[in-house]
Design a protein. Structure first.
Length: 127
């Protein structure tokens, strides 16, 4: 399923949005060119950048100023018992032709962070 869809999966977090954002960052940090919760945009040289980290979720962009290799999104919705979220790419996994290892690392890293934090996933695809 993962190669043919943009959707990675959804999750239910028993934690607040703020705590869930920390979990999300810890799950993607290893793939970032600069593993810091600082928002940045791609530069002249290709890299993996955190371009959004706010109460609505996070966005990771891989590429440079000219070429976007892929974008990865996690959108959050607050609930009475924590929050829910949806993770997806801007294109099918099979259409990511550059830095596929980073794309897989983002989904796998989040999966591990969720397991360590008692966040329940639904239909989660690593690759």
């Amino acid at each position: 399923m993962g190669r043919f869809t943009k959707r990675v999966g959804s999750f239910d977090s028993p934690h607040s949005v703020e705590d869930t954002l920390q979990i999300l960052f810890s799950g993607v940090a290893e793939q970032l060119s600069i593993p810091s919760p600082t928002v940045s945009e791609p530069g002249v040289e290709a890299g993996v950048h955190l371009s959004r980290l706010d109460s609505s979720g996070l966005t990771v962009i891989a590429g440079n100023k000219i070429d976007t290799y892929f974008m990865f999104y996690v959108d959050l919705t607050p609930t009475t018992g924590g929050c829910t979220g949806e993770a997806y790419f801007d294109r099918r996994m099979g259409a990511i032709t550059r830095w596929m290892g980073n794309a897989m690392g983002l989904t796998g890293g989040l999966s591990l962070a969720f397991q360590r934090s008692s966040v329940r996933t639904r239909g989660w695809t690593i690759a």
